[in-house]
Design a protein around this ligand. Structure first.
Ligand code: ADQ
Length: 504
């Protein structure tokens, strides 16, 4: 089995008793089985930054390899281009995007440097798997350093249609660089098709069928690989003593009231203000819920040093304050916002104690909270998932109550329905959803992607071998007097930056 090399902005942890999400769990499992390297940013800043020492920690068969960044690089690469240009545009928020050419250049430079630090660690038969929008052009840099093995990329966030993504001045350059990978993976078919559409409309590309697209002289396999969670393990978390403590804490505060829960990083893509407005509409339009239903929003602060995030926090605090001011009673606080993180087991207990999960992002690659909520439920008395149609998860979780998060009246109506839902319907929906998340797990996501990557590499190698045979035949004919000249670029030892499979 080939060694796996994973590159993502943040690395680990391998043992996830802590706060790791589905991504870390899935990757950690795959890495533990195969052995390999997980490479990324240490999370620290130093004066030497990416030029500084490469730190390697060994955990069993796995090496965690990290480098620091300088404060200036972090500012331009991470806070700047990645989180103020790419993140908003990829979440369809071109109104919030802030593009600075200088930051885009530093983003490119960091990608080059990460590739050059990675290069000495690579062996020719490694499977290299790059993650997310921080490292889109990394594949091109890895190819430039001479690596010809399997190279895959997975985008965790949405890929918007060309009309949206082309607002980013750097878009063509970035998307073109993605053609250096053998396989490019997305969360949903819509994202995958948007990518293919970009290639066909902006680069005169052609869909070749079976997932393959040809553009700018290269071929790439583009596929949808919806990420999952470790469902069984999360269900175990939900019945752990730690989860039990949180469950009882929450239920004793609630008494006979119903709990609606939202859990998100504090991010404008998650639609939290509209969620609060929908809850206020519920209290307005269905007054029987006053003093009978509460909203708990857990929203740990992320990227607090980016303006849009600080503003969001203010907006939420104001909204919650107003709702509590108008509807609150001495013994009942309608909305509670907590900006702290919880350990996974504690979080599982909070999910299990909640009657409804309100997962209403305005746009989300997948949304693991929706899956975790289902995994944590009591099968004999499950809660109801209200899910935005704009979360990637909605493409799979059909038995959730699907809403348009921009329509707060509709969300309020659906909330009312969720709060009233009879046990038999809750069970029916939960059973179907649980089946879905038990089939599509973090591990099956990983296996699916890596299997496709191995197949794509085999096809590319076969094509290259065939070209070599053709070139040899042509050469022989030429030396024995045949007139057909050998074609340029078919020597077989060129680096084929994009896979070149033959299609039936
Ligand atoms: P995120 O945008 O971070 O992920 P999401 O998929 O919901 O969104 O994952 C969040 C994770 O953080 C979940 O595992 C959740 O439990 C955890 N979390 C949130 N709040 C927490 C808290 N207060 N305490 C502890 N843990 C908390 C990106 C993309 C998503 C995509 C994932 C994985 O934006 O669309 O689903 O990657 O591909």
């Amino acid at each position: 089995m080939s060694r796996l090399i994973v590159i993502s902005n943040r690395v680990g942890p391998l043992n996830d008793e802590g706060k790791a999400g589905g991504l870390a769990v899935g990757l950690a499992d795959a890495l533990r089985q195969r052995g390999g390297i997980w490479f990324g940013w240490s999370g620290g800043t130093t004066e030497e930054g990416t030029h500084g020492p490469l730190r390697i920690e060994n955990e069993g068969k796995v090496k965690l390899a990290t480098v620091d960044m300088t404060e200036a690089d972090l500012d331009a690469f991470y806070r700047g281009f990645a989180n103020q240009a790419l993140w908003p545009v990829f979440h369809y928020r071109i109104d919030l995007a802030n593009y600075e050419r200088r930051q885009a250049e530093i983003y490119e430079r960091i990608n080059e440097r990460i590739a050059s630090r990675l290069n000495p660690l690579l062996e020719s038969d490694d499977l290299v798997w790059v993650h997310d929008y921080h490292f889109m052009p990394l594949g091109e840099n890895i190819r430039a350093s001479g690596f010809t093995g399997a190279l895959g990329f997975f985008l965790h966030v949405p890929f918007p249609p060309p009309e949206v993504i082309t607002t980013l001045p750097h878009a063509h350059r970035l998307v073109r660089s993605m053609l250096s990978y053998d396989v490019v993976g997305f969360q949903t078919k819509i994202d995958r098709d948007n990518f293919a559409h970009f290639l066909t409309s902006e680069f005169n590309g052609v869909e070749l069928g079976d997932g393959w697209v040809e553009a700018a002289g290269r071929r790439v396999h583009a596929g949808a690989f919806p990420i999952g969670i470790d469902t069984e393990r999360f269900a175990e978390f939900a019945v752990s003593p730690e989860a039990g403590r949180r469950y009882h804490q929450l239920r004793s505060v609630l008494r006979d009231r119903k709990q609606i829960i939202g859990v998100d990083r504090l991010d404008y893509s998650k639609g939290i203000p509209d969620r609060l407005r929908a809850f206020r509409r519920l209290l307005e339009d269905y007054p029987e819920n006053r003093d009978k239903a509460s909203l708990l929003q857990v929203a740990p602060v992320s990227r607090g040093d980016v303006d849009a995030y600080a503003e969001l926090r203010r907006e939420l605090e104001e909204l919650a304050g107003r709702i509590n001011g108008v509807y609150g009673l001495l013994h009942w606080t309608p909305v509670r916002i907590m900006t702290r993180g919880f350990a996974r087991k504690a979080l599982a207990g909070l999910y299990r104690a909640s009657h409804v999960a309100l997962v209403t992002p305005l746009r989300d690659g997948m949304n693991l909270v929706a899956k975790e909520y289902i995994a944590a439920q009591d099968p004999d008395d499950p809660g109801v998932l209200v899910l935005s149609r704009f979360a990637g998860a909605a493409a799979e979780m059909h038995e959730a109550l699907i809403v348009n998060p921009y329509d707060i009246t509709e969300v309020a109506e659906v909330l009312q329905r969720a709060l009233q839902m009879p046990l038999a319907e809750r069970k029916r929906r939960w059973n179907a959803l649980h089946k879905t998340i038990s089939q599509g797990t973090a591990v099956s996501w990983c296996d699916g992607f890596l299997g496709t990557l191995e197949t794509a590499l085999a096809r590319r190698r076969e094509t290259q071998a065939q070209r070599q045979r053709d070139a040899d035949t042509t050469q022989t004919k030429a030396t024995t007097g045949a007139t057909t000249p050998a074609k340029n670029g078919t020597s077989g030892d060129e680096i084929a930056p994009g896979p070149l499979p033959t299609h039936a």
